[in-house]
Design a protein around this ligand. Structure first.
Ligand SMILES: Nc1nc2c(ncn2[C@@H]2O[C@H](COP(=O)(O)OP(=O)(O)OP(=O)(O)O)[C@@H](O)[C@H]2O)c(=O)[nH]1
Ligand SMILES: [Zn+2]
Length: 404
């Protein structure tokens, strides 16, 4: 847990604040190291409660008060207050960290730089700031002071989740909070996704990999077979048939898009399996055979199949029970094969890396480095032909240039 010794915040005053979203009490906190007064809007009784609906919102005068379309802050504030207003209890913290901590004047300067073509992160850096200078220590202490035991946090920002956890706030779940995008803020939102890893689904809907559009649409509908999540198998293999060692940057991007589109990713981890939520909203879980010696972290015990391996059907049922409706299996050839044997998968995305290095059928040192340069690919009836001039380390540039 991240700790700090300085700055103990305390409520200076609390008063009723009925607003258009419901009946709130506002607590004004002082004593923070930054000398600012931070606010907590509380609906209902949150003391001693688990999984309290919460929003930790950073001040954005332009968005929150003046309805700026440069960002999504004002709309997120409304969404959060209205969700809390409808819940029986909840908390909104309003942290005075304007402009991701750089202050109003610098944020407005950053807007001018964005009008000159920089993105929101580059603008901060140009002004001599970090991309994000916020700190969530005060937020954690206020939540503790309010007696909140754990939260369901409305955010799309993974750093916010990490920081609050590190300051000791248990987060039971992440609740996405997405305002519709506008032409004026789409660049800003895209920069949040690409540079600050924000989890915004409008990006997922972008036809970045048009050949997967049908899969992405289907995923939104949830499981296809009863008793298990929708399962996509993904694998990168070499021409020799074994697992590929290194894929190119675009294939890495594809694999990131696949991870983001599924609720969770399953990978082999020795004899066990490791389940990780794509957005980090929950801690990863290990699925291991019952009786396996415990290691750190959460372990779900799964029965063995006839061969003594993890029973994958039982593992999938347990994974569905954990709330995962779509699962990406990021497997080696062995794990993929076992899912196929059990007819436990719905979709498959195989990347072929045009090199021969792999586990199967390659031993010689020449083959180790052999690859197809200028790789081509052609569906041929029901088959797929991968072709192109060969290059083996030490050989000259390929003599044949591919047609078309
Ligand atoms: N420096 C800078 N700050 C900005 C810009 N646009 C918005 N902000 C600030 O970004 C912060 C956004 O805060 P939040 O909405 O709490 O947090 P978030 O990081 O967007 O994460 P979410 O919880 O997903 O909303 C506010 O402090 C805004 O003032 C910008 O272009 N530059
Ligand atoms: Zn804003």
């Amino acid at each position: 847990m991240k700790t700090r010794t300085s700055s103990v915040v305390h409520a200076l005053v609390s008063t009723r604040l009925p607003n258009r979203f419901g009946d709130f009490v506002i607590h004004c906190y002082g004593g923070a190291q930054d000398d600012k007064q931070h606010l907590a809007l509380v609906k209902g009784e949150v003391r001693g409660r688990e999984n309290v609906l919460a929003r930790v919102h950073s001040e954005c005068l332009t968005g929150d008060v003046f309805g700026s379309r440069r960002c999504d802050c004002g709309e997120q504030l409304d969404l959060a207050l209205s969700a809390i207003g409808e819940a029986d209890c909840g908390v909104l913290l309003y942290l005075r960290q304007e402009g991701r901590g750089i202050g109003l004047v610098q944020k407005l300067r950053a807007y001018n730089l964005q009008d000159e073509g920089l993105d929101t992160v580059e603008a901060n850096l140009r002004l001599g700031h970090q991309a994000d200078e916020r700190d969530y220590y005060v937020a954690a202490r206020i939540l503790e002071d309010l007696g909140v035991k754990s939260v369901r946090l409305m955010t799309n920002n993974p750093k916010k989740l990490d920081e609050l956890r590190r300051y000791g706030i248990p987060i039971g779940a992440r609740v996405p909070i997405e305002a519709p995008s506008h032409p004026e803020n789409v660049r800003y939102l895209r920069a949040k996704v690409e540079k600050m890893s924000h989890m915004l689904s409008f990006e997922r809907k972008r036809p970045r990999f048009p050949f997967l559009a049908a899969l992405f649409e289907r995923l939104a509908e949830g499981p296809l077979s009863p008793g298990r999540p929708f399962v996509t198998l993904s694998h990168a293999q070499s021409l020799g048939g074994g697992d590929a060692q290194v894929s190119g940057p675009e294939a890495c991007e594809l694999s990131a898009a696949l991870r983001a589109a599924h609720d969770a990713v399953l990978k082999p981890a020795g004899p066990a399996l490791r389940l990780a939520w794509h957005d980090g909203s929950k801690a990863p879980v290990r699925l291991a055979l019952a009786g396996t010696p415990a290691t750190a972290g959460d372990v779900v015990a799964v029965p063995a199949d006839a061969r003594g391996d993890i029973d994958l059907a039982a593992a999938l049922a347990a994974i569905l029970g954990l709330g995962v409706r779509s699962l990406l299996v990021d497997g080696d050839a062995g794990l993929i094969g076992r899912f196929l044997e059990g007819a436990l998968a719905d979709y498959c995305v195989i990347t072929v890396v045009p090199q021969f290095r792999g586990q199967t059928g390659t031993g010689g040192s020449g083959l180790e480095s052999a690859r197809i340069a200028d790789c081509g690919c052609q569906p041929l009836g029901r088959d797929l032909v991968v072709y192109g001039p060969l290059r083996i380390d030490g050989s000259e540039a390929p003599a044949i240039t591919p047609a078309g």
